[in-house]
Design a binder for this molecule. Structure first.
Ligand SMILES: Cc1ncc(COP(=O)(O)O)c(C=O)c1O
Length: 383
């Protein structure tokens, strides 16, 4: 079965993990620190904190930024559930903004209308760089200043993406940037994530909250004894293990290489679909480098004369597992029941959901497999 995404693991990755398994540390230890240093260097971030998942990084960010009752946090309906659930978990109010049909991120004009409307209550934005294409970060940073609002970059799809050759854009424009190392992402640690920031205060608090809000202060230890620690804030266990971090250290050395291959695959798909009126291929803005975590293809199923379900089943029969990214979050029963759904405000997100399919894209896809996918596409789409 060819899945829409999967990890790429080589012998070096395996050796790195085995080495840790034979060492003294399994939970957070020296490899976590090394991995964090590598992340900081790659993303040009002053501080990096490796954690147990992208979801826990988002939840930590919400705590650090002190979201709570009465705060409105804006997010996209076309992103993973976690980029909205962290708002609910913090007890704040999510407000979904429709997407634009260029980069499939939040429509910034619609966002600004809402920022004006909810001036006092607006606290933060969560911007997902959907599929791996950076959002319009220059415009977002202007809105950040104009409306004095916190900004999180959910960069889980976009590791390795660039604006004007700068892969540090993710940390430059946002207060906090979030990564995920889930196996379908550009690099993996099995499960895992990270929180990147240039703000020392945020970093120190995140570091505390990652491990139960506990502080081990050297001065206090000297005074009271070696066992001494204090819990100063309500935290959790969001730690990354040494096993994960050692895999991360090995994987990050290949990130550029992985992303380059993803771009090659995207070009291969573009050639198949770009001249056909049935499809819309992903757009890339000038001076932007796409990380292609996903290859979202929009298909006019009405014109094709087949339903999306039928097309999915036909691909499955040919042992190709497509996916859809995403079902709009505000149409999920939990959110619909709690906040209602005014479809008129989400015409782009609903149009996108009707048409989007994610084609297989990952480093280990061979040219034989790609040619096979091409053959199957031609047959199923009758092109
Ligand atoms: C956009 C986005 N945000 C957050 C997450 C959550 O990351 P994780 O699966 O590591 O918790 C994901 C992962 O699927 C994601 O795609």
């Amino acid at each position: 079965m060819i899945n829409y995404g999967r990890q790429s693991i080589n012998q070096k990755d395996i050796d790195a993990v085995v080495k840790v398994l034979k060492s003294n540390f399994l939970t957070q230890g020296p490899y976590v620190k090394i991995f964090e240093k590598k992340l900081s260097k790659y993303f040009n971030a002053k501080y990096s904190l490796a954690v147990s998942s992208g979801t826990s990084a988002l939840n930590l960010a919400a705590k650090i930024l002190k979201w709570g009752k009465g705060d409105i946090i804006f997010s996209s309906p076309i992103t993973f559930l976690a980029s909205a659930n962290c708002i609910e978990n913090a007890g704040a109010t999510p407000k979904f903004i429709d997407i634009n049909l260029n980069d499939y991120s939040i429509d910034l004009n619609k966002l600004e209308q809402q920022l004006k409307k909810y001036k006092k209550k607006s606290k933060a934005l969560i911007i997902t760089d959907y599929a791996g294409h950076p959002s319009d970060w220059l415009k977002i940073s202007k809105l950040k200043k104009k409306y004095n609002i916190q900004v999180i970059n959910d960069n889980c799809h976009a590791m390795g993406a660039k604006i004007n050759s700068d892969k540090g854009y993710a940390v430059k424009y946002a207060d906090i940037s979030i990564l995920s190392f889930h196996p379908v992402k550009a690099i993996t640690t099995g499960e895992g994530g990270a929180l990147l920031t240039n703000n020392l205060k945020y970093f120190k608090l995140a570091d505390q909250l990652r491990s139960h809000g506990v502080v081990r202060d050297q001065k206090q230890i000297l005074k009271k004894g070696n066992w001494y620690y204090e819990m100063r804030n309500l935290g959790e266990n969001a730690r990354m293990s040494e096993i994960q971090a050692s895999l991360g250290c090995s994987q990050i050395t290949k990130l550029n290489h992985f992303v380059a291959k993803r771009n090659k695959i995207a070009k291969f798909y573009n050639e198949i679909f770009k001249k056909q009126s049935l499809f819309t291929i992903p757009k890339i803005k000038r001076n932007f480098y796409h990380a292609f975590h996903l290859y979202p293809l929009l298909v006019n199923f009405k014109k094709l004369g087949k339903t999306k379900k039928k097309v999915f089943n036909e691909f499955k029969k040919k042992k190709i597992n497509l996916q859809v990214h995403y079902i709009p979050i505000n149409t999920q029963p939990y959110y619909k029941k709690k906040f209602g759904l005014n479809k008129k405000n989400f015409t782009n997100a609903l149009y996108f959901y009707e048409r989007e399919i994610s084609l297989p894209i990952y480093f280990d896809l061979s040219s034989n497999q790609l040619n096979y996918i091409k053959k199957v596409c031609k047959k199923i789409f009758q092109i």
